[in-house]
Design a protein around this ligand. Structure first.
Ligand code: ZN
Length: 149
């Protein structure tokens, strides 16, 4: 295992234990719930959208370290981003964890790059992408429960 992988693992464990932006966002105007039956991860994402910008974002839920860390790092990455930028990040992140990453996408990922190792564990991909699918449902205003199945 390389040092970089150790560092990545540290970050995931840290965010899994002490998730950032955790809790209910009282003035959210978009929300959705996500469920990953394969692992039992459950999440609710709250977003406050102003114009075209994600002004604030928080999440609640219970899940494994990867799903919690993914939601934690996602909320940090998306605050202040436009919808289009969020969509771009979703695509880059999805490509990363499914092992389809394009070279042009790497520079934008920042901390999200810690999930690169997930691509070697197909059953964990759904844990890592649950928060993103839920966010998408919230932004699109579907407001219903999304499932990874
Ligand atoms: Zn999980």
């Amino acid at each position: 295992m390389t040092d970089l992988q150790d560092l990545y693992q540290e970050l995931i464990l840290d965010h899994g234990r002490r998730p950032r932006n955790f809790g209910k966002l009282e003035d959210a105007n978009k929300t959705a719930e996500g469920y990953n039956p394969l692992c039992g991860d459950k999440i609710r994402v709250y977003v406050k959208v102003g114009g075209d910008v994600v002004e604030d974002i928080k999440f609640e839920g219970a899940g494994c370290a990867i799903s919690t860390a993914s939601a934690s790092i996602m909320t940090g990455a998306l605050k202040g981003k436009t919808r289009a930028e969020s969509e771009q990040l979703f695509k880059a992140f999805h490509d990363l964890v499914t092992g389809h990453q394009q070279k042009s996408e790497t520079q934008d990922l920042g901390k999200l790059a810690v999930f690169s190792g997930v691509s070697e564990f197909p059953t964990r991909v759904k844990c890592a992408t649950l928060s993103w699918h839920t966010l998408r449902a919230a932004l699109s205003g579907e407001g219903e429960v999304v499932s990874t199945e």
